[in-house]
Ligand binder design. Structure first.
Ligand code: SAH
Ligand code: SF4
Length: 399
């Protein structure tokens, strides 16, 4: 489907059959009401004023929606019954339902949530001793087509709206896991390329960091991208000090082009300059993600190129052994191969981290659970993570 068409697939997901039901003949009717859960505080102020309410109502609504996580207007008990009635006729709030949840032995929780039109999207909660991280999706599918990524195999089904991005976090925050245990960090490392949907993603960042809602410090929110340089430049202009993670995977031009063919900027010098500028403006290091693949990007020449690329940027490097699910025969190197690669980097790079596997027993890199359901529904052979190689795509160190 052309993403310019503006058409949204109307598929319905059947959790019993784990498949998408055929498109209803006349499409699903959407209520064309303004969605308050996708509005920044400023947009909400404009909206309340536009319907003749005093501006203080904006903060009140924002707090109920993203602070107290109500499901509907009738729970907003300090608002009169008549106004609640009026609000429910004139506006809506997006809340998501869970289709599947999987708990890993390390405590990682993966959830497949149903979007209002029935499409599934994946959201993950990662507990660690001193942080609780939510990993959110930004699109259903992705059009960037990275060689080893299941989500890329799907292509782009559609962008998520601001409210659907924030609603994933609000769903996680409503879990018992989060009771008295605030989500401390957010990473946009689920399904999709965040900077390919920045019109919806940037307001979501503002909502997530808003004082009256989840109130997560911008330094604890990380956007992962394959490097859309115009998007990085736009992020530079945002007020928050958001973290930036670049999925590099190859520092030699031909390797990068093979692994990340959809990146609009293939010139590695331009990419490095864009990252260095972001690090300088935001006064923080960026994270370089390097997915290690046997025989593709794991020899000395690749390590030297990675060291040279990152030498120009204030950064840390995360090396991630490939999770071999749906990767068309690509595999991670054996343990010795991974160690050898790290040994080449350690003496010459600023900071190198081998990423800890999270949720290893419950399905691969971020987005792979939701993606495998969608792929299966489209006639691809379902591939599930098998044992110890499976790895979570979120970056515990980028937070
Ligand atoms: N589109 C963005 C964010 C989502 S992908 C991006 O690519 O950065 C989140 C991370 O999962 C990326 O770093 C991606 O490279 C990684 N990933 C995807 N498939 C993987 C696999 N099979 N094994 C290991 N990491 C994978
Ligand atoms: Fe898209 Fe990221 Fe997957 Fe590449 S790795 S296809 S950019 S989700």
């Amino acid at each position: 489907m052309s993403r310019k068409s503006g058409l949204v697939p109307r598929a319905q997901y059947d959790p019993e059959e784990k498949t998408l039901l055929p498109e209803p003949e006349h499409g699903v009717k959407e209520r064309p009401l303004p969605d308050l859960s996708g509005m920044t505080l400023a947009a909400l102020s404009d909206w309340v004023t536009s319907i003749g309410l005093p501006p203080f109502r904006a903060g009140q609504l924002f707090r109920w929606i993203h602070g107290r996580l109500v499901k509907g207007f009738d729970e907003m008990t300090d608002i009169s019954k008549s106004l609640r009635g009026r609000l429910s006729e004139e506006a809506r709030i997006t809340r998501l339902q869970s289709l599947e949840t999987h708990r890993s032995e390390d405590g990682t929780l993966r959830a497949v949530l149903a979007l209002p039109d029935g499409l599934p999207v994946e959201t993950v909660l990662i507990p660690e001793p001193r942080r609780l991280t939510a990993c959110l999706s930004t699109q259903v599918g992705c059009r960037m087509g990275c060689a080893f990524c299941q989500t890329g195999r799907l292509g782009l089904l559609r962008d998520l709206s601001t409210s659907e991005i924030v609603a994933q976090l609000d769903w996680l925050r409503g879990l018992p896991d989060c009771a008295g245990n605030r989500v401390s960090n957010v990473v946009l490392m689920g399904m999709g390329e965040p900077l390919d949907n920045r019109g919806q993603v940037f307001p979501a960042l503002e909502i997530i960091t808003g004082d009256l809602g989840a109130s997560i410090a911008s330094r604890r929110v990380t956007v992962s991208t394959i490097g859309l340089t115009d998007g990085i430049a736009e992020m530079e202009g945002l007020p928050g000090q958001y973290g930036l993670a670049l999925s590099l995977h190859g520092a030699l031009p031909e390797t990068r082009a093979r692994l990340v063919p959809g990146a609009p900027e293939q010139d590695l010098d331009v990419l490095a300059a864009s990252l260095a500028s972001y690090a300088r403006v935001k006064r923080r290091r960026v994270t370089i993600e390097y997915c290690l693949i046997e025989g593709v990007n794991d020899d000395r020449e690749h390590a030297d190129a990675l060291a040279a690329f990152t030498g120009r940027i204030p950064c840390k490097i995360n090396v991630i052994p490939l999770n071999p699910v749906g990767t068309g025969g690509l595999r991670p190197p054996a343990k010795e191969g991974i160690e050898r690669f790290l040994e080449w980097l350690y003496p010459v790079c600023q900071a190198v981290i081998l990423r800890k596997p999270r949720g290893r027993d419950i399905q691969g890199a971020c987005g792979q659970l939701g993606t495998s359901l969608l792929l299966a529904s489209r006639g691809y052979a379902p591939e599930r993570a098998s044992g110890s190689q499976a790895q979570h795509g979120a970056d515990p160190q980028a937070r």
